[in-house]
Design a protein around this ligand. Structure first.
Ligand code: WT7
Length: 633
């Protein structure tokens, strides 16, 4: 994979005196050393500084049932208390939590006070629908403030949420509903995307029909088109909220009680419900946001992700609210109505910190420097990147054209499973464009070979985390065996977490993430399993067998190529390829549509029948096929 981009390991970019003077955290080395001396004391200190507790913990880290680690055992806490109640009690009800910008140009100012009132009301709505502590509410919504209300309302009463990204289609949504056994779903009539309506409620209806547990649907009116409302099952958000009481109690939770599950893609067709719990999650995400993005009272923070991904859960919803920050949320596409919409938003709200994905940067970079230069971007002081490696060219454009060479770029490496940043600079850390630099203090990361031996500076290896961390996933929902085998069994060392990424660590100890080593593809920053797309293809009657690979792409990072064997009697045609693309769009979602579908008589397989995607990829790229001794014929 290292052929896909060149490492520039010797180029340094140093923080300016102004950045250093402004930064809250001045000494990365001292904090790392403090953590290395006593990792439990390090996190315990931050847990006291950052969060309010109803009752103190008895044990910081319980390793007795590894890898089912427990953090802050015995502590009592609530994320809603830390995100809302304590700010209201401190008289900050009028402070802006979110400036919300709708795609059509409408806007809303969401205060902490309003958010709190809405959360209380919706908590009461959920209770009236029979939702109890430990139940899982499925949330399938656009990027509207109500998605945050819905998530926090679940947390307030001790229920869990499972947010399914609005880009997933009916079968994906149905699978996730069934896996979570959700009785209640919250959705919207539609979402705006590039001036068009994504008909969320229609997709939600189809998913309810294909799944077996939903009894109640609450629907937010956003786009206003006619939707089907099934009587006895569906209710409008505005109707149920009108009569709900604005008084609700925040339930005190155990530190290890579940907070949410979030489905992500793995190496099989079945998505993994990643479980995050209460205390450790809150702690790590708020400390990382505070230190890495240096959030202060007068900052305007914009994490341009979707609340439906972990980036949104951690750094749009929970961490900014815990820190009492003011954030921007923009509903729609970066290129609507023009390719300068993002720069307009930065100018309008005087955004001081912008955190986004390399694919978005590359997409906007293609449209030249003129568009960003038309806007006043001087409010920016820090930038951030997440989701895939950022190539040095995009890094430099982001740094110079968007950041005016003032703003260090925080390239944060992490995963749905890690909950928050693992490898990342702080503003004062010297940067190398394309490297996520070094581990966050308290996170023990290494690059090792298959036997677990540390790799040298010119060797590609596996990225591992060698000590548990507070916001680690706790299990895969309903599948603890898969949790153990997937993440904790790759090495013989107990408590080594296998990330699935390959990386290199250079002579300065800087980490260069290369990419996934498993059958996971990152398309425009979205994580997809080859098996998910393959099973989507095979679910069409014309397809007997399918194999999917990721091919490097300048803007999207990777795009999908699919190879299909047709059932007897079916003829390959361009028309059939288009039909299959439409089928994937419908079954899995627009993000999973292959860029190319090729019909083939056979697929390269091992003698045991496993498809050798590596060989397909080499052929597609015109590269040597490598060791093919395992090939069937
Ligand atoms: C995978 C996790 C982390 C929230 C969004 C994605 C890739 C993530 C970086 C980065 C290089 C990165 C990895 C990782 N990735 N951040 N800064 N540099 N690669 O979460 O969907 O769970 O995907 O994204 O391959 O394993 P996710």
């Amino acid at each position: 994979m290292s052929d896909e981009f060149t490492l520039h390991t010797s180029e340094w970019v140093y923080p300016s005196e102004a950045v250093k003077a402004a930064a809250k955290i001045k000494d990365y080395e001292a904090l790392s050393a403090e953590a290395a001396r006593d990792i439990e004391a390090f996190w315990a200190k931050r847990a006291t500084e950052t969060l309010d507790w109803f009752a103190p913990w008895e044990k910081v880290l319980d390793r007795s049932n590894a890898p089912f680690f427990k953090w802050f055992v015995g502590g009592k806490i609530s994320v809603v208390h830390n995100a809302l109640d304590r700010h209201i009690a401190a008289g900050k009800g009028d402070r802006i939590a979110y400036y919300w910008e709708g795609e059509p140009g409408d806007s809303r100012e969401i205060t902490y006070g309003w958010l709190n009132e809405q959360v209380c009301k919706f908590a009461n709505v959920l209770k009236s629908l029979g939702v109890k502590k430990g139940d899982i509410v499925t949330i399938y919504m656009g990027r509207v403030p109500e998605i945050i209300v819905a998530m926090l309302a679940c947390a307030k009463i001790g229920a869990m949420h499972s947010v399914v990204y609005g880009g997933f289609s009916e079968q994906s949504l149905a699978d996730r509903i069934d896996d979570a056994k959700s009785r209640v779903m919250v959705t919207c009539d539609g979402a705006w995307l590039r001036g068009k309506i994504v008909a969320l409620k229609d997709i939600a209806d189809a998913a309810v029909a294909r799944s077996s547990t939903i009894e109640h649907v609450v629907c937010v009116k956003r786009t206003g088109q006619a939707v089907n409302m099934t009587s006895g099952r569906d209710q409008w958000w505005h109707d149920v909220m009108a009569s709900a009481s604005p008084e609700a109690e925040t339930v005190q939770m155990d530190a290890e009680d579940p907070l949410f599950i979030l489905y992500t893609s793995g190496t099989t067709g079945k998505p993994k419900g990643i479980l995050h719990t209460q205390a450790g999650y809150q702690l790590l995400i708020s400390v990382t946001l505070s230190w890495v993005f240096d959030i202060k009272e007068d900052d305007i923070w914009w994490c341009a992700a979707d609340p439906g991904w972990i980036t949104g859960h951690s750094y749009i919803v929970y961490a900014p609210l815990i820190l009492g920050a003011t954030s921007v949320i923009y509903e729609g596409a970066p290129n609507f109505p023009g390719h300068d919409r993002w720069w307009q938003v930065v100018e309008k709200y005087k955004v001081s910190i912008l955190y986004c994905a390399p694919t978005a940067i590359r997409g906007l970079m293609r449209h030249g420097d003129e568009l960003p230069r038309k806007h006043d971007l001087s409010s920016l002081r820090l930038l951030g990147s997440v989701g895939e490696p950022i190539n040095p060219e995009a890094w430099r454009w982001f740094y110079s054209v968007i950041g005016g060479e003032r703003c260090p770029i925080m390239d944060t490496w992490w995963q749905t499973e890690t909950g928050g940043f693992m490898v990342t600079p702080l503003p004062v850390v010297p940067l190398k464009p394309g490297s996520a630099t070094r581990p966050f203090p308290g996170i023990i990361v290494d690059v090792v070979d298959e036997e677990g031996r540390p790799c040298g500076p010119t060797e590609d290896g596996l990225l591992v985390i060698k000590q548990p961390w507070p916001s680690m996933l706790r299990t895969i929902w309903g599948d603890p065996d898969r949790y153990v085998s997937q993440y904790w069994s790759h090495f013989s060392h107990e408590g080594w977490y296998f990330s699935g990424d390959s990386a290199r660590r250079d002579e300065d100890g800087y980490i260069w993430v290369i990419g996934r080593m498993d059958d996971v593809i990152k398309v425009s920053g979205y994580r997809l399993g080859t098996a998910e797309v393959e099973s989507g293809l095979v679910s069409h009657a014309a397809v007997a067998e399918a194999a999917v690979i990721g091919i490097p792409d300048d803007v999207r990072g990777h795009i999908i190529y699919a190879y299909c064997i047709l059932v007897a009697g079916q003829q390959p045609s361009d028309e059939l390829a288009e039909t299959l693309k439409a089928h994937i769009r419908h079954e899995v979602g627009p993000i999973a549509v292959p860029s190319k579908i090729e019909f083939v008589p056979a697929l390269p397989k091992t003698r045991s029948g496993k498809i050798m995607r590596r060989v397909l990829k080499a052929r597609a790229l015109g590269q040597p096929e490598g060791d093919t001794s395992a090939l069937e014929d």
